[in-house]
Design a protein around this ligand. Structure first.
Ligand code: PEP
Ligand code: MN
Length: 338
């Protein structure tokens, strides 16, 4: 970290400032210029919020050199993290994992029909929301406990592990018993209390990128989970808010190669929430595979017109099966399997 100090800073104040930093285990190097003085802080700066330094009137500028996330940082953990769900592996150069299913669990018949279809097409995990974070409190909020029970039945019948979203930590016992990957939705990416609780369990977490969050904020949220001991974090890009209204969100596919560089955590792409339109989902899925995604999370419904949430972005089972065939071909080109 580099701190630029104004030249007329009183010596006693600066000495006191440096002593406080040294007490925190940091080594301080200074360069004295004609106009300014520059302090270089060497050591573990992850516990420092650099903005706090700006409280001093004689601090002109602060620049962070090392990212504030440590456990999620590839610099300190060069090997890819591979998250295991039974015999399914997510990350590294393992098979690209396809997770599919409806936005919401609506009934046993619906989940069974979708499970059968996605399994036949090659999906290896089933997604379905039981607790739904809806914008309006007046619309369908999910089947809750009953929804998780339906997912469990489908898991037993079709041998498909389950991904489902948690909204509050008081529901952890039922998620621990029935869900294989716990999803943190975009709206809860910065629910730090929830993240900390998820850090204390031994279960993979799929952490979606927040509606308008930067990559660094997203990785700091991963850090909240990992700092409590749970390293099984999968990042999921689901589009971010921009000025563009033609798509529901703007899919930031460039995060795939970027995240591969700066973090060792697996990255999954959700082309459904990113685009909001079923017609755009196939192209974005193929692009995500080509760009190196470790998995896809795709909304599939047996009858999108009747879906209780996110029908317009849901693929019909047949369309999903076609996407899978194309996906396998693209994966082969880049030397991976689905
Ligand atoms: C979902 O997966 O159905 C969902 C609500 O996703 P997001 O948090 O990305 O909006
Ligand atoms: Mn949805």
């Amino acid at each position: 970290m580099i701190i630029t100090i104004k030249s007329d800073t009183p010596k006693n104040e600066l000495d006191e400032f440096i002593a406080t930093l040294e007490q925190q285990g940091l080594k301080i190097f200074d360069i004295v210029g004609t106009q300014k003085k520059v302090l270089g802080l060497v050591g573990d700066t992850s516990c420092i919020d650099e903005r706090e330094f700006l409280v001093f009137p004689w601090v002109e500028d602060v620049t962070r050199i090392t990212a504030p996330y440590k456990k999620a940082n590839r610099q300190f953990h060069p090997h890819d993290t591979i998250v295991n769900v039974g015999d399914i592996k997510i990350g590294g150069n393992e098979k690209i994992v396809i997770i599919a299913g409806p936005c919401s669990v609506e009934s046993e018949e619906q989940i069974f029909e979708i499970s059968e279809g996605i399994k036949e097409a090659g999906a290896v995990m089933l997604r379905g929301g039981a607790y739904k974070p809806r914008t309006s409190p007046y619309v369908f909020q999910g089947l809750k406990t009953q929804g998780l029970e339906i997912l469990s039945k489908a898991k037993a019948k079709y041998n498909l592990p389950i991904v489902s979203e948690i909204m509050s930590s008081d529901k952890l016992p039922e998620f621990l018993a029935q869900v294989d990957i716990i999803q943190v939705g975009a709206r809860n990416m910065q629910n730090f209390e929830l993240l900390r609780e998820l850090g204390k369990i031994n279960k993979p977490i799929l952490l979606k990128r927040g509606l308008s969050n930067t990559v660094e904020e997203w990785l700091m949220s991963a850090e909240y989970i990992m700092s409590e001991g749970n390293n099984q974090v999968i990042l999921c890009e689901r589009g971010i808010r921009t000025f563009e209204k033609a798509t529901r969100n703007t899919l930031d596919l460039s995060v795939i190669p970027l995240l591969k560089k700066i973090t060792h955590l697996p990255i999954v792409i959700d082309p459904s929430h990113a685009t909001g339109h079923w017609e755009l989902v196939e192209a974005m899925s193929l692009a995500a595979i080509a760009a190196g995604a470790d998995g896809l999370l795709i909304e599939v419904h047996n009858n999108p017109q009747k879906a209780l949430s996110d029908g317009p972005q849901s693929l019909k089972i047949k369309k999903f099966a076609q996407l899978m065939e194309k996906g396998k071909a693209i994966a082969k080109v880049i030397g991976r399997d689905i």
